[in-house]
Design a protein around this ligand. Structure first.
Ligand SMILES: [Zn+2]
Ligand SMILES: [Zn+2]
Length: 132
């Protein structure tokens, strides 16, 4: 990694970019950027943490893709391991209230479902109205 790349990483992190985005822009590997950031106190904090949450199982940043349901784990493998080891601790799943982004109705869903709409219909409505 060159000094110029290091400087760029710092600048991009300041602007709130995630590791994945930075890696792509500078043509570096994500792990390389992640390691550099962690070593230099540029780790995910503040605005960036919501953009790229860390996988609760292995601690790697989880790259979120646009238009895809928000991911909490870097991979299905990590998700399964995590749930298998935490299920007994958490007891039964509890439904929590969510507000539909389309019609504003409150609906119940599992906390990790990442649902934003009360129904598929609302989801479709939103997509077609949206900034396509
Ligand atoms: Zn993971
Ligand atoms: Zn709705």
């Amino acid at each position: 990694m060159t000094e110029i790349q290091k400087e760029k990483i710092r600048t991009l992190r300041d602007q709130g970019y995630g590791y994945g985005t930075i890696a792509k822009q500078l043509d570096l590997s994500v792990s390389c950027v992640t390691m550099h950031c962690l070593r230099n106190g540029l780790g995910g904090k503040g605005s960036t943490s919501s953009r790229e949450p860390l996988c609760p199982q292995c601690g790697k940043p989880v790259t979120q893709r646009e238009g895809v349901k928000k991911r909490r784990f870097c991979s299905d493998g990590c998700r399964l391991i995590w749930w298998n080891s935490h299920r007994s601790m958490l007891g039964h799943y509890k439904l929590v209230p969510f507000t539909c982004r389309e019609c504003g109705k409150t609906f119940m869903a599992y906390p990790d479902s990442g649902r934003q709409y009360c129904s598929h219909r609302c989801y479709i409505n939103r997509r077609f109205k949206g900034n396509s």
